[in-house]
Design a protein around this ligand. Structure first.
Ligand code: ADP
Length: 303
């Protein structure tokens, strides 16, 4: 069975419902406070594992109870957690999320242990990248280690997939090491300067990624699906129509599903269909990792 290594963030999401966002100096009473397990790296690793991939996860947690609890949860999903490093005297990363009655959210992140995912950590777990068939990364951990991991992957014929979220500008050096990039519309705009509003503009943005040396470009378009471009031939692959209640982790589920199907040597169009199905199920449920479906649920949805 082919193998996936995910490198990325692990966060404890502290979610509190509020009538409106607290103003400067104001103390506001919220309700329905809960802690959810999140972080884009963790979500994508969990998605791939639930959807059938053999997954190793390179990440960092603090030496606290929440970090240990999350690691145990990853193990329940069948993820190899050996490359998750516990950082002494540091806290696991957190996201403080206020959800207003309007449905909007406001998020503040403290990187905590995620900020320690440096080149030394990558070097320690180099074999997990070298022996994998695919490496999947995002941008919630420090860039130097992401670049180093991509270089190791390239040297060892491991396919490199980057979900460039959250959006930030990236050096050409990293882009040239990628086999596939999966931005959403906002991330595509920040990376290419092209405002993605329709098929023509998506094609323009994709061309820029191709010029930087990336073969496969998938720009996700929310409920509209994804613009997929391989070597300049691009088209929209529509997603599934569902009753969306919470789109948190839709992109993470899509990425996990996509890479899982590619590990099984599915052609790109079939891999996208599988990823669309998994992501569509996830938007019909509340939460991040809790909304990610299993492989069987996804296959049932597709049948
Ligand atoms: P992100 O969450 O990273 O911003 P998108 O919103 O582009 O990513 O969504 C990623 C994928 O999730 C889409 O390509 C699609 O498969 C699925 N998706 C997102 N929103 C919906 C929706 N409302 N209905 C059905 N599928 C959706």
């Amino acid at each position: 069975m082919k193998k996936l290594t995910v490198l990325g963030s692990i966060n404890a999401d502290h979610v509190i419902s509020v009538p409106y966002f607290a103003k400067p100096g104001e103390t506001l009473t919220g309700h329905s406070y809960h802690i959810a397990y999140g972080g884009k790296g963790a979500n994508q690793a969990v998605a791939a594992a639930r959807l059938g991939a053999k997954v190793s996860f390179i990440g960092c947690i603090g030496d606290d109870d929440i970090g240990k609890a999350m690691k145990t949860e990853f193990e329940k999903d069948g993820i190899n957690t050996r490359p998750i490093k516990s950082i002494a005297n540091e806290m696991t990363g957190i996201a403080m999320i206020q959800v207003a009655e309007s449905g909007e959210n406001s998020i503040v992140i403290s990187a905590g242990a995620n900020g320690h995912l440096d080149e030394a950590v990558v070097a320690e777990f180099e074999s997990e990248i070298a022996q994998a068939d695919y490496l999947l990364m995002q941008l919630e951990t420090p860039l130097p280690a992401i670049i180093q991991a991509a270089k190791i992957a390239k040297e060892n014929n491991t396919q490199v997939v980057l979900n460039p979220a959250p959006a930030r500008e990236l050096p050409d050096e990293l882009l040239s090491l990628l086999d596939m990039i999966t931005p959403n519309e906002t991330e595509a705009e920040i990376l290419t300067g092209v405002k993605v509003v329709d098929e023509a503009s998506a094609k323009q943005a994709a061309q820029i990624f191709h010029q930087k040396g990336i073969q496969k470009v998938l720009i996700t378009l929310g409920s509209k699906g994804v613009f997929v471009s391989e070597n300049g031939q691009g088209e929209i692959a529509a997603g599934f129509r569902v009753n969306a209640v919470d789109t948190t982790a839709a992109g993470d589920t899509f990425n996990g599903g996509l890479v899982t199907a590619m590990l099984e040597d599915k052609p790109l169009d079939k891999a996208i269909r599988f990823a669309h199905a998994a992501a569509a199920i996830s938007v019909t449920r509340k939460g991040a990792q809790s909304s990610i479906p299993t492989r069987q649920e996804t296959l049932d949805f597709l049948s």
